[in-house]
Design a protein around this ligand. Structure first.
Ligand code: PMH
Length: 387
């Protein structure tokens, strides 16, 4: 277990993630493979810790964005299958083979190059990505899909294990666009499935999985819901089961002072006291991902809301305290105190962004503390290299 030497930390409640994955598995039935999306350090929650608990709860596959993220999981002892969702280099095929990592393919040229460049004897599993309207990566035409599958079929060391697409608007209750994507996916699949036997077919992110559990083929790629966050505010009233938010962020007051009327706080002197005020200094700043736009946000101290006053600095900011409080008093930026809660949704609303961005933006300077079965299971300080 690593140690840390600053009084600022993230808590990840792995019990919440366990329960969310179980609920998702029940929702889609046991026949459907849950692929736990743990890219970007599991949306800031800790890649290996989340992966392990998701696998314990029933997930059978993991997904990351690029090969280094998959390697990070392997280096932490994870042996479950891992799908890389983004682009990989042809020259990394031997590494993917050695580490048993599944790659996404979506270009005929890439597959052509791969079939000539990769001469290894060990088979590499591939999932073919189709672009049905996301407009990001994916083969779009019937012709290209057929050519890619044929090239892979001919290569003895490549296997098409899966075929998938990604929806752009599944979290919007207005369903026209997602219906069009479903339709295009079906059309492309129809020409393939009588010719090839592809074991895994998937199109579901969290929103699709929660809203259309009967239409998600035989696997789902679930990220945000596993972390206990709703894919969009408009889906909140529609949730088929409650989600448990796993991520919280805490710190402690490092300095407390009383300012008299007319005194200013922080860079630019943008905040001036209107009365005698108790001001607390909090050792978190924009380099921790707590960005300057959060000036004015309320956070929790002593069970009460307290506003951030003055500009947020790189490593510290100030709050207006409800009254005098001792140094060392716990401050909660995301999470609960005395029944009051600040959700990642609230931070996202303040920043005019989506909740996905909030745990992702809390930087590697902030250690993660992992709770499991009601007690601390592990602490990870990313600034220590011997973790
Ligand atoms: N599949 C793919 C291909 C993805 O890119 C993502 C998330 C997921 C599944 C999981 O989605 P969920 O978290 O909504 O369940 N990708 C992204 C992204 O690129 N930006 O925000 C989320």
């Amino acid at each position: 277990m690593s140690s840390f030497h600053r009084d600022t930390w993230v808590e990840v409640d792995l019990d919440c993630i366990y329960e969310n994955v179980q609920a998702i598995q029940e929702h889609v039935t046991q026949d459907v493979t849950v692929i736990a999306v743990v890219k970007a350090n599991a949306y800031g929650h800790g890649d290996a810790q989340v992966a392990n608990v998701a696998l314990e709860a029933g997930a059978k596959y993991l997904a990351v964005s690029f090969l280094d993220e998959a390697m990070s999981l392997r280096q932490q002892g994870i042996t479950a299958p891992i799908l890389v969702l983004g682009a990989s280099r042809v020259s990394d095929l031997p590494l993917a083979a050695k580490e048993d990592i599944t790659l996404t393919v979506f270009q005929k040229e890439w597959v052509e190059e791969a079939t000539s460049a990769y001469q290894g004897s060990k088979e590499v599993k591939l999932h073919l990505k189709l672009d049905t309207g996301m407009g990001r990566i994916g083969a779009r035409s019937k012709e290209e899909v057929a050519q890619i599958l044929e090239l892979i079929e001919k290569a003895s060391n490549l296997q098409t294990e899966g075929i998938y697409t990604h929806f752009a608007t599944a979290d919007e209750l207005q369903s026209d666009y997602v219906e069009r994507q479903f339709e295009r996916f079906h059309t492309l699949l129809n020409q393939i499935t009588n010719k090839y036997r592809i074991p895994m077919i998937h199109c579901g992110n969290s929103a699709t999985t929660l809203r259309f559990p009967k239409r998600i083929f035989n696997a789902v790629r679930v990220g945000i819901a596993m972390y206990g966050l709703t894919p969009s505010p408009e889906m909140e009233p529609e949730l088929p089961f409650p989600l448990k938010e796993a991520f919280s962020l805490h710190t402690k007051l490092v300095h407390v002072k009383r300012l008299s009327i007319g005194e200013s706080v922080s860079y630019g002197a943008t905040y001036t006291t209107k009365e005698e005020e108790w001001i607390g200094t909090v050792p978190v700043g924009y380099a921790d991902g707590w960005i300057r736009k959060l000036q004015g946000m309320n956070i929790l101290v002593d069970g009460k809301l307290a506003p951030i006053v003055g500009r947020i600095c790189m490593d510290q900011f100030m709050i207006k305290l409800p009254h005098e409080l001792p140094i060392g008093t716990k401050v909660t930026l995301i999470g609960e105190q005395d029944g009051k809660k600040i959700s990642s949704n609230d931070v996202a609303a303040k920043l005019d962004t989506i909740n996905y961005e909030v745990p992702c933006m809390i930087s590697y300077r902030v250690p993660r503390m992992f709770w499991r079965n009601g007690s601390i299971m592990e602490v990870r300080n990313y600034l220590q290299t011997n973790h």
